[in-house]
Design a protein around this ligand. Structure first.
Ligand code: EPZ
Length: 429
């Protein structure tokens, strides 16, 4: 009908077991820190294994908005040259609301030009998402940071290396301080740093440009500032959370799936949990095979923690698997204040979940039933897809644009291993 918005949804018919191979794309949370970092170099950076997801397309828009030259010469590749960047260009609210990671431009612009202005970030809502630790780090390096009418402005005549102790383990703050520190004068020590694989990937990228970053992957990162950084060629690591999502999907519906292009070490906490549930996981050099013929998973206790603990970005997916567990499982969310909103959608499908503060108590049921549900956020949306694959009958998932933020070709990848899933455009009444 004219004027009625076209909306996309997934239609999933549950019950199919999975067989075949799924190839994992580059890591979203690595590439969103690495693309802004490219403007720190005095020449172009060629970055490969870029996932084709909407968050990357938004980051390209933001980089072009401040004057960076961004080419996409072939699939999975971007070439970024920051030589014409205008550090005085504000990154407006209409952009930062769509991509929380836009705030990495604060660290990159401050690090390169001593000046940055970025509207307060948006992103998935799991309760408060402050940036006090980012600001603490910038101020430790000698910057003046103010928040005028929801725009964060950071300036510094000269950034000086310093010690920064993070009051809370923060991926974003660790990345932002790394970006500001690589060209500061002297030594910066970040203590209580995040240890995620994407932190290590960023450090390796920065070092490829001539920076001196040591200790990434531990909770102490030491950065010796360098005056000049040059262009480089770099390939992004595989996406730990995309791989984990498909591991849990295979465990949930059964079958035998090989997930290709992964780093098994990044998946250890997920592998351990799936084995606890009774699933067989076989590690290859760059692949992981999930063999599942369990009717219902064993009940277990999951607690999310910063890496190398069980990732918070895998919490909704794991909770869905446990909706049909034998007995009662507990899922504790220790990173975010409010990341159980999606359980309301699961209850529509027959799940038995009681949320008590930071704990979801899941009593296993025989099966889920298909229903119309929506994606509350990126990972909750992926969890709804898994729920639809498990359920008896048909499930429709709306707000799939949120899923497309972080999962490249999810419909194609799942269809190729036997899932009955289609993407439909329909007129929203
Ligand atoms: C990153 O968000 C990821 N996003 C999130 O993934 C992920 O859930 C999170 O790290 C934790 O792993 C990207 O990388 C783009 P944090 P970030 O700073 O950096 C508190 C996904 O699905 N905190 O590590 O925003 C904060 O409130 C997304 O891909 C402060 O108190 O997360 C939270 O409780 C969703 N002050 C905790 O730290 C600060 O200054 C961890 O947040 C910063 C954070």
């Amino acid at each position: 009908m004219i004027g009625v918005p076209h909306v996309e949804r997934f239609v999933i018919r549950g019950g199919n077991k999975l067989h075949g191979e799924i190839k994992i794309s580059g890591a979203k949370n690595a590439v969103l820190g690495i693309m802004p970092a490219a403007i720190l170099a005095d020449g172009p950076c060629r970055i490969e294994n870029i996932p084709d997801i909407s968050d990357v397309r938004m980051m390209i828009k933001i980089l072009r908005h401040i004057g960076a030259e961004v080419e996409t010469p072939e699939e999975g590749v971007v070439v970024i040259d920051g030589k014409n960047v205008n550090a005085n260009e504000n990154i407006p609210d209409k952009m930062t609301r769509k991509l929380r990671a836009s705030y990495y431009l604060l660290g990159a612009l401050l690090g390169r030009y001593g000046n940055a202005s970025v509207s307060m970030p948006g992103g998935c809502y799991f309760g408060e998402r402050p940036i006090d630790q980012h600001i603490k780090g910038f101020e430790a390096l000698g910057a003046t940071v103010s928040t005028e009418s929801a725009v964060v402005v950071a300036t510094a005549d000269e950034l000086m290396g310093s010690s920064v102790y993070m009051d809370v383990v923060s991926v974003g703050a660790t990345i932002n301080v790394m970006l500001a520190a690589v060209r500061a004068k002297g030594l910066t020590v970040i203590e209580n740093a995040a240890r995620e694989p994407h932190i290590v990937d960023l450090a390796n990228f920065l070092n490829s440009m001539g920076a001196d970053v040591r200790g990434a992957g531990t909770d102490v990162i030491k950065i010796r500032g360098t005056a000049n950084m040059h262009g480089c060629t770099y390939s992004i690591i595989p996406d730990q959370i995309e791989a984990g999502t498909y591991m849990v999907a295979a465990a949930a519906v059964g079958g035998d799936v090989i997930i290709q292009d992964v780093i098994p070490k990044h998946l250890e906490s997920i592998t351990t949990k799936l084995e606890e549930c009774g699933v067989t996981v076989i590690e290859g050099d760059e692949s992981i095979r999930v063999v599942s013929n369990i009717e219902r998973p064993n009940a277990c206790r999951v607690k999310t923690r910063p890496h190398p603990g069980f990732p918070t970005d895998m919490q909704p997916q794991m909770a869905v698997l446990l909706t049909t567990c034998k007995g009662t499982s507990h899922v504790v969310e220790s990173v975010w204040d409010n990341r159980f909103k999606y359980t309301q959608q699961l209850k529509r499908m027959g799940a038995n979940i009681i949320v008590d503060g930071k704990t979801a108590i899941i009593t296993g049921v025989d099966n889920l039933n298909g229903a119309p549900v929506e994606a509350d956020d990126l990972r909750a949306g992926a969890a709804m897809v898994i729920a639809g694959m498990m359920a008896k009958g048909t499930t429709t998932v709306t707000n799939v644009n949120l899923i497309d933020r972080g999962y490249e070709k999810i419909v194609e990848k799942l269809s190729a291993v036997g899932v009955d899933i289609v993407r439909e455009v329909f007129d929203e009444e």
